[in-house]
Design a protein around this ligand. Structure first.
Ligand SMILES: O=C(O)CCC(=O)C(=O)O
Ligand SMILES: [Fe+2]
Length: 342
């Protein structure tokens, strides 16, 4: 789907990278307008080097090209350790919005968590930290370039996420650094997904990824233009494709942004649909998804500039409390539990 001038705007971040105050504010206003209307935007001029993106993309493809036996070597053996390879149908995104009957997602994925912990900081050694920060599972024996490519990509996206959060603060008329101490020790998961070809029709009602909202602050997505792609739900309930712009990232807001802003900004429902039946072969699609998630102890409550018009709607929570609630729903699938029992 090429950009058709429709509801997801393309925003050029180049002026924001200059550090000029007026330029930053002008870009922030555009981000704010997208956040209020559809909760999705496409960013160009983001400063992430193309070769870093390309290397992460190619290494990810090689990971999914491995044989099932190879892939199974990189599975987590502990259900509470969300790292490494997860097979087709181990996740069910629609169950995270209460769709009890939803079928599991037709995709496989590889999860990467934080890897450069400062162990002199008690934040990274606390009891909570021990539950959260596990070593990553790297497929070094089969795809040695995956680890360096993904860590480089993760570092670049940390910087981009910090810039976007500063633009969000400015758009909300908060001090520019308002989010800084809430994301400086973020707990971002990066998920690389592969949606295989569909030579056969899936079960009725099964999707590549069921309808859901994302759980964190914001999501930075790199994906490709293939039959069977990402759709967003509009305020009046229609599903619309998200434009794929070469070189750009898709950004969407997660639940924590909606809760922080008292729903002035939208954590938009989205899904990944199946290819049309006659294009099932050759529709394999990959995405790199950086789920920027604030510090585990970041308190999420209505921010001051959003409490003026409507009384706060959400109970106070923390970044981790919300994440864990959603993750438990997401992985309550027969295949996930079966893999765990092996
Ligand atoms: O693959 C995509 O385009 C998006 C997937 C998604 O929404 C997710 O993993 O949360
Ligand atoms: Fe999502």
């Amino acid at each position: 789907m090429k950009f058709d001038g429709s509801l997801v705007p393309i925003i050029d971040l180049t002026p924001a990278l200059t550090g000029d105050e007026a330029a930053m504010q002008a870009v922030a206003e555009q981000v704010g307008a997208a956040a209020r209307s559809i909760g999705f935007l496409v960013v160009a001029g983001h400063g992430v080097p193309a070769d870093v993106i390309d290397r992460a993309w190619e290494a990810s493809r090689k990971v999914f090209d491995m044989s099932p036996v190879q892939k199974s070597r990189y599975r987590s053996t502990d259900k509470n350790i969300y790292r490494g390879y997860f097979g087709i149908e181990t996740g069910n995104l629609a169950s995270t919005i209460g769709e009890e009957e939803a079928k599991p997602d037709h995709r496989e994925y590889f999860n990467i968590g934080r890897f450069d912990l400062d162990l002199d900081d008690p934040y990274f050694t606390s009891a909570t930290a021990k539950r959260l920060f596990h070593p990553n599972i790297w497929p070094d024996a089969d795809v040695p370039e995956f680890k360096p490519a993904m860590t480089a990509y993760y570092h670049e996206l940390e910087k981009l996420a910090a810039l976007l959060m500063e633009l969000c603060a400015r758009a909300l008329h908060l001090p520019a650094n308002w989010f800084a101490d809430k994301i400086d020790k973020h707990i971002t998961n990066m998920v690389v997904s592969n949606y295989p070809d569909q030579p056969e029709e899936l079960e009725w009602g099964q999707l590549r990824a069921g309808a859901h909202t994302d759980y964190g602050g914001l999501t930075i997505l790199k994906t490709e233009d293939k039959p069977g792609g990402l759709e967003v739900q509009t305020a009046d309930g229609r599903w619309e494709p998200v434009p794929i712009v070469p070189g750009a990232f898709i950004i969407n807001l997660g639940d924590l942004m909606a809760q922080w802003t008292n729903d002035e900004w939208v954590s938009t429902m989205h899904r990944v649909v199946n290819p049309p039946r006659d294009q099932g072969v050759g529709s394999r699609r990959q995405s790199l998804v950086f789920f920027h998630q604030p510090n585990y102890d970041a308190v999420i409550e209505c921010i001051p500039t959003c409490a003026e018009r409507v009384a706060p709607k959400y109970a106070k929570t923390t970044s981790l409390e919300h994440l864990e609630m959603k993750m438990n729903q997401m992985n309550d699938t027969p295949k996930f539990n079966e893999a765990e029992a092996l």
